[in-house]
Every structure is written in C-alpha cells, then in structure tokens.
Design a protein around this ligand. Structure first.
Ligand code: PRP
Length: 212
C-alpha cells in the first residue's frame, strides 16, 4: 500500500483513457483526448494547494471570502508531458511554465538530460508539478524530481496517465515525499521498457512521429 500513489477513480476519465489506448486513435484525436483527461488529473492533483484570503468586488458589492492560490510551477517533461498541460493551465491560469528536456535512451532505457535551460536557478519554497504521461521504469521521473529538489523546490508532485508498478516503486523509493497522481497503473514493462498494455509511445502518438 503506497499512500503517495493516487489513482483517478473517475469513469469519464477511464473512458477517455480507453480511447487513448486504442491503436486506431489518430494523433489529432489523441492530443485532444489527452488534453481532456488532464482536467480531472489536474483537479485531483491540485487539491491541498496553499491559498490566501482575498477580497473581491462583484458588480453588486464586496465579497470578503475570496481566495488566491499559491503560484505553482508546471514542469512538463518533453515531449509527451506537454500533452497534459491543458487541464493544469485552465485550472491554474497563473502557473509558471518550465519545460524540461529529457528523453529515454531507446537501447539502455536510461534517462538522458537534453536541456534544463528553462528551469530557474532557484525554486526555493515552490510547489512543482512534473507532468509526464508515462511512468515506465521511473528513471526519467527520478531525474526530473532530483533536478527540482536540487534547486530548492519545497514540494514536488508527479502527474501521469499510466504507470507501471516498477516506475511507481522506483520513484517512491528515491523520493518518498512525492505524491504520484495517475489515471491507471498497468501490468508491467516489456523487454524494451514499454508499459503493458499501456498506450504505446505517447510522445510519438502526440506528435505524429510514429515510425512507419
Ligand atoms: C517517455 C515518457 C517518459 C519516459 C518514461 O519519453 O514520456 O518521459 O519515456 O520512461 P521511464 O519511466 O522508463 O524513464 P521518451 O523518452 O520516449 O520521449 P518523448 O516524450 O519525446 O517521446
């Protein structure tokens, strides 16, 4: 039992995920569906953010009980993580966007850092959401969280679509304080490190770069 693992229990989201998994779903619909499912994921993962009381003046008078949320940092892991941005940016319009360039070496399955140029020197005291649809071996997620903590992030949350049990274990072992929000945990990994049954290569399907 992993208290940091939160699996979305939402039939509409599960139906979207089923369509995402379908090999017949073309890239344009795949992008739209991933944007749609990022809404409930964002809603679940952002519960518990800090907020500050704010007054607001409506057309009919003053209202004292408004709130403003803490400003959080979105860190989509390129490329596939960009597919999960929509729900977060709609729910949290004031977020800072800090994409992180990582890819997984196809032969070794080891994460490779391509670019951290958009991360600021200091993330002191900030809450960061790492967005990446696939948590496979967990290597990429561990590197992403390492980098954010090295720069001072006070809280890091991982948000994905599908996780393999191996990836959840690796991320939790390396960073037991990180909450993990996903729509599903699948059976495991194949010998190339792909999640089974999964949905294939999310980055390729989103970007229409599936090998032909
Ligand atoms: C995929 C995925 C994760 C990583 C997961 O990205 O989006 O970033 O692999 O694997 P791991 O948990 O074993 O590290 P990929 O390297 O294929 O890049 P892409 O998003 O550009 O397709």
């Amino acid at each position: 039992m992993n208290e940091r693992l939160h699996i979305l229990h939402h039939n509409a989201a599960a139906a979207l995920l089923t369509r995402l998994r379908d090999e017949k779903t073309p890239p344009d619909e795949f992008r739209r569906l991933m944007g749609a499912i990022s809404g409930p994921l964002a809603s679940a993962a952002t519960q518990g953010l800090d907020f500050y009381p704010t007054q607001v003046v409506t057309p009919l008078g003053e209202m004292a009980d408004g709130i403003t949320l803490e400003s959080v940092v979105l860190v989509p892991v390129l490329r596939a993580g960009e597919g999960l941005l929509k729900g977060f940016q709609e729910l949290l319009p004031d977020t800072e966007l800090r994409p992180l360039g990582l890819h997984r070496d196809e032969r070794t399955c080891q994460p490779v850092l391509d670019s951290d140029r958009y991360l600021p020197e200091s993330l002191e005291g900030r809450t960061c959401f790492v967005l990446d649809p696939m948590l496979a071996t967990g290597g990429s997620a561990v590197v992403a969280v390492d980098l954010l903590k090295q720069r001072g992030a006070s809280r890091v949350v991982f948000v994905g679509l599908i996780a393999a049990p191996e990836g959840v274990q690796r991320l939790s072992d390396a960073h037991p304080d990180v909450d993990i929000y996903v729509a599903a945990v699948d059976d495991g990994l194949d010998d190339r490190g792909f999640i089974l049954p999964g949905l294939g290569d999310a980055g390729d399907r989103l970007n229409n770069t599936v090998p032909r």
